[in-house]
Write a protein that binds this ligand. Structure first.
Ligand code: FES
Length: 98
C-alpha cells in the first residue's frame, strides 16, 4: 500500500493503489475545494508532487491542458483528481488552502 505524505501539514495516510491523490488528501482531512467534482475542469486541486512522481499515473491531455491555464504551475504540478497512485509512496505539497 502506498503511503501519502502531505506537506506542509506533515500528515501521512495509507492510500489504495489506483485511487486518486485527491481521494487520499480528502481522507486525510485536507481542505481542498473541488468545484468540478474531479473532472479536471476547475484546477482547485492543483498540488506539487515532491516525491514518487514516477509511480503515479501519467498526465492526460485533459489534465495538461487545464494545468496550462493555471498560475504557478511548475514541473511538479499535478491535478490531484487526475493523478492515481501506483505502488510507491508519494509526497505532495498542498497549495490550495481554504
Ligand atoms: S477537482 Fe477540479 S480539477 Fe481537480
Amino acid at each position: 500500500m502506498p503511503v501519502l505524505t502531505i506537506t506542509p501539514s506533515g500528515k501521512t495516510i495509507e492510500a489504495v493503489e489506483g485511487s486518486t491523490l485527491l481521494d487520499a488528501l480528502l481522507a486525510a482531512g485536507e481542505k481542498i475545494t473541488t468545484n468540478c467534482g474531479g473532472e479536471a475542469k476547475c484546477g482547485d486541486c492543483h498540488i506539487f508532487v515532491l516525491d514518487g512522481r514516477k509511480s503515479i499515473s501519467k498526465m492526460s491531455k485533459l489534465e495538461n491542458e487545464k494545468l496550462d491555464t493555471l498560475v504557478g504551475v511548475g514541473s511538479k504540478s499535478r491535478l490531484a483528481c487526475q493523478a492515481h497512485f501506483g505502488p510507491e509512496n508519494v509526497t505532495v505539497e498542498v497549495l490550495n488552502f481554504v
